[in-house]
Design a protein around this ligand. Sequence first.
Ligand SMILES: [Ca+2]
Ligand SMILES: [Ca+2]
Length: 179
Amino acid sequence: MRDLQNQSIPGTVWVGLDIVSTSGENTPPTQPVIAISPSQPMTNQNLVATIVTPSVDPDGDTVTYTYAWFKNGAPAGVSVNTVPAANTRALEVWLCRVTPSDGKINGPAGTASATIGYIGDVNRDFKVDRQDLLLLSFSWNRQAPDPLLHPLADLNLDGSCDAADLTLLWDETTHGPTP
Ligand SMILES: [Ca+2]
Ligand SMILES: [Ca+2]
């Protein structure tokens, strides 16, 4: 050990000294809890990753997040919180990984995933059939925020279940399953 003039300090001086490190004390932020909205997306809906429970940094540092999306397990090249509906196809599994950072070190990432469903698949069994039409009839002529309006029965996302949704369903089924 040396003093400020770079002279060696005799061991008798520093024996018993407490050495306090001023580096390496940083603690990473905690793992965030992530959700994808909507949780049961149709092919005409954007995917939005939301932070349900933010990361906490024990040192009080400001936490920033980086987003990485994966489609069927492969990097999708999306690094923001939203995936446009045009990028998604039915049956794809999309996962968002959100990594917190305090500017110096990353904390553990939080993830959420959602499977893309067909327009008109109200019961979410990845087929569009008469069972879905029956469920759609229960929501017929209902408007948000009516709790009996099934969110997957509002096919065109305009807040109600009516003839416009049937028209969209007709288009989807006559042109084949929703891509
Ligand atoms: Ca179905
Ligand atoms: Ca509608």
